[in-house]
Design a protein around this ligand. Structure first.
Ligand code: ADP
Ligand code: MG
Length: 731
């Protein structure tokens, strides 16, 4: 029996669902802000003064925790948590899979007299030892020597995750092997943050600014879809692969553009408010919510934070969205392309650099001096994308994001930077060594050292660019909605850091020749403006002309992950990351292997799910219908004998069409199976990944086509899977 009858029942139920949201806000939720986060305020309250001071210092300077204060901190944490009904604790970390991992331990201990006591030892706070062998490590260690440990990252606040029966104290941690190699996504990010702190501070010092600490800030705009959970329950493809492997595109998609920024439906609003309440409790400042372009697609954005905290928060945000959806009878889809023919979901990664006083270093300043410094940071970022765009592209590569990049709804796989007219013109002036006086209105010569004052322009007029300057930050739009942003920010920060130190060296050299500091800086700027010109593009990134133009400029256009990953082991990238002490070669090899393994496994699951659905739902449904048609034709031909009429022609025609489609489906599935066997026979990971990109992915589409045609031919009530028109418009 196929699911056909179930789909009918579900349709009725979804239509009857009430929104049931009557509660009003009254500021109540804001009051809960941070109640489950061991944040600065709580720390100051709960910790002895000297301990608080030391811990704060540790956090500000990004240093390791002084063991002498761990005892006090552990005690305070336990007291705070148990008061709130917490029974267990866990080190909470991001293994290479991209999600987060936790292993709960009770505070419970038995003392010498056999009494049960609640205890949280300082060693337990500082270090944990999960069995490293079960986490992906890209073939680095054999299982018997798989020893790793987690260590608290005190700069990211501990938090409480509420459970149905008591909470869990989560301690944000790094995960490293006993010889100090990173086994997670956070360790390299912390290393890159430390590295750019040094190189950016060096630039600041050159400009006469004292710097104690420079921070990377990120703000992630998270897109997602919501559908009714009952539909989700009837779509094994959504459950197992995150996307619909079949589904005819409905007569109404997003053509009317009526969803973007439209009124938020009450059921959805209720969901969003619950998500925000949960996030607020965790101290995550969710700020913006709106409808996105596609039907039932939405976005949530927090206020930005330091990179490691921002990355942790994004992981938590995704979890909260999924959990609250589940609670509200909804399913949140975070896959980059859950529905074919409908816009996919991304995660815009807003990125900037800040000094210790909170001044944004990518914010054009008031004075020529400030502007010159701003231009150094800007051009350093340009150079980073120019030189390391290939590995930046690799960081956002995944089987799911392949559906999005380059599909004329998201930025293409070609990395380029959009600066906007004003900045573009200023860079061109510097390149040509022109006097700013002679230029257009928007550049004003302040008469000092021929430096321009840069008009602030926050309007970003190019939504097609993968890497756009948006007034005081860069917005990297290629990351997928499902991805962790740790790696992307690690590579971006390391690359900008390298550019800053290369430029600092150059400025020093020029200064020896050139006496005048500003002129020395301008000279260096000019050099890199010329060098990075190919990466600058102000036009339409979706256009075919850009693809051609980019090729002429020598910019890579790697559309599929199987090819994009190779940049991870590219010589220049390995060297840069090693020099910056962000990744060593072994870590990069393991990253490369893990990414490819994940890519292959995800596509393997897609292939198997698709074959299974075809066999157990699609073909049986089609054959049932075919049988009915055959009976119809038989009866009609009997009638024809008695009367001289020509009925049965339509059924005959339909029968031919259906039979042809069934034949096509069977043939393309057989081909898919053969290809999957070929893939399995490949020992070399990179070769296998490329085979998946070239052969399996297109074959999945080949099976899909006749199935979608079948869906459009069969009576709606016979179809076993919820249709796009139902999933995307009934909520
Ligand atoms: P838009 O949709 O126009 O891109 P949003 O307000 O939706 O704008 O998102 C902008 C994101 O950028 C927010 O998460 C915001 O906190 C973040 N952001 C703003 N300033 C900075 C900054 N200096 N560094 C990093 N992120 C920032
Ligand atoms: Mg944006």
């Amino acid at each position: 029996m196929t699911q056909t009858k179930l789909r009918k029942d579900v349709l009725l139920k979804v239509a009857e669902k009430s929104t049931g949201i009557k509660e009003k806000l009254n500021g109540k939720k804001i009051k809960k802000f941070g109640i489950n986060s061991f944040n600065n305020q709580i720390m100051r309250e709960k910790l002895p003064k000297d301990v608080y001071k030391k811990l704060k210092q540790t956090i500000l300077e990004g240093k390791k925790l002084d063991m002498s204060i761990a005892k006090s901190v552990a005690h305070a944490l336990k007291e705070w948590a148990t008061e709130k009904g917490v029974t267990h604790f866990t080190h909470w970390f991001q293994p290479l899979t991209g999600s987060t991992a936790e292993k709960h331990d009770a505070f419970l201990e038995i003392d010498n007299d056999g009494f049960v006591v609640e205890r949280f030892r300082p060693e337990q706070l500082v270090q944990g030892e999960p069995d490293a062998s079960s986490f992906p490590h890209g073939g680095r260690r054999s299982t018997f020597e798989a020893r790793g440990y987690t260590a608290w990252d005190p700069s990211s606040p501990a938090f409480i995750k509420e459970g149905p029966n008591g909470g869990i104290l989560c301690i944000p941690s790094v995960f490293i092997s006993y010889n100090g190699e990173a086994l997670d996504k956070k360790t390299p990010l912390l290393r890159a943050m430390e590295d750019i702190n040094k190189s950016a501070s060096r630039i600041l010092n050159m400009f006469g600014n004292q710097s104690t600490r420079v921070k990377i800030t990120i703000g992630t705009e998270q897109e997602y879809f919501l559908i009714d959970k009952s539909f989700y329950a009837l779509r094994p493809d959504l459950q197992l692969t995150g996307r619909t492997l079949f589904g005819a595109v409905p007569p109404k998609g997003q053509e009317l553009d009526d969803h973007y920024f439209g009124t938020i439906k009450e059921r959805v609003l209720g969901f969003m408010q619950d998500v925000e309440e949960e996030l607020y409790k965790l101290g995550i400042p969710a700020k913006t919510r709106h409808n996105e372009v596609a039907p039932q697609q939405f976005e949530i954005a927090p206020i930005y934070a330091e990179a490691n905290i921002g990355a942790d928060r994004n992981q938590l945000m995704m979890q909260v969205i999924k959990e609250v959806a589940d609670r509200k009878g909804l399913a949140a889809l975070m896959h980059e392309k859950p529905f074919e023919g409908i816009n996919g979901s991304g995660k815009h990664n807003n990125w900037s650099i800040q000094d210790v006083d909170g001044n944004n270093l990518l914010d054009p300043g008031e004075t020529p001096e400030e502007n010159l410094q701003f231009l150094v940071f800007l051009v350093a970022t340009l150079r980073a994308v120019y030189k390391y765009g290939d590995i930046l592209r690799a960081t956002v590569a995944s089987s799911s994001n392949d559906h999005r990049l380059g599909a004329n709804e998201a930025p293409p796989a070609i990395m380029s930077v959009f600066l906007g007219e004003h900045l573009d013109s200023i860079l061109n002036h510097i390149k040509e060594g022109k006097d700013f006086k002679s230029s257009q209105d928007f550049v004003i010569d302040l008469g000092i050292n021929k430096l321009p004052s840069i008009l602030k322009d926050n309007t970003d007029r190019n939504r097609t660019s993968p890497f756009a300057f948006t007034g005081n930050k860069f917005e990297f739009r290629a990351p997928g909605s499902n991805a962790s942003v740790s790696l992307t920010n690690t590579i971006l920060s390391a690359a900008v850091s390298e550019s800053l130190s290369v430029m600092a060296n150059d400025i020093e050299k020029e200064k020896k020749k050139e006496e005048d500091f500003d002129q020395a800086v301008l000279k260096v700027l000019k050099k890199y403006i010329i060098e990075t010109e190919p990466i600058r593009f102000e036009g339409d990134n979706y256009s075919e002309e850009w693809v051609e133009e980019a090729e002429k400029r020598g910019l890579p256009n790697l559309k599929t992950s199987g090819y994009a990953y190779d940049a991870i082991l590219d010589k220049k990238n390995v060297k840069m990351l090693k020099d910056r002490k962000v990744f060593d070669r072994i870590e990069l090899e393991s990253l490369y292997n893990t990414k490819q393994e994940k890519y292959i496994t995800e596509l393997e699951i897609e292939g198997k799910t698709l074959i299974n659905l075809v066999r157990t739902e699609i073909i049986p449904t089609a054959i049932d219908y075919q049988t009915g048609l055959i009976e119809n034709v038989q009866k009609a031909s009997m009638l024809m004998k008695d009367f001289d009429i020509d009925t049965g022609q339509d059924a005959k025609h339909l029968l031919e069409q259906i039979s042809e489609l069934i034949k096509n489906i069977r043939a393309s599935v057989a081909e898919l199976e053969e290809k999957m066997e070929n893939a399995e026979a490949k020992d070399d990971l990179s070769e296998a990944a490329k085979y998946y990109s070239d052969e399996i992915v297109p074959q999945l589409e080949k099976v899909r086509e006749p199935v979608d045609e079948l869906e459009e031919l069969l009576p709606a009530e016979e179809w076993p899977l919820p249709k796009y028109s139902e999933m995307l418009f009934m909520i």
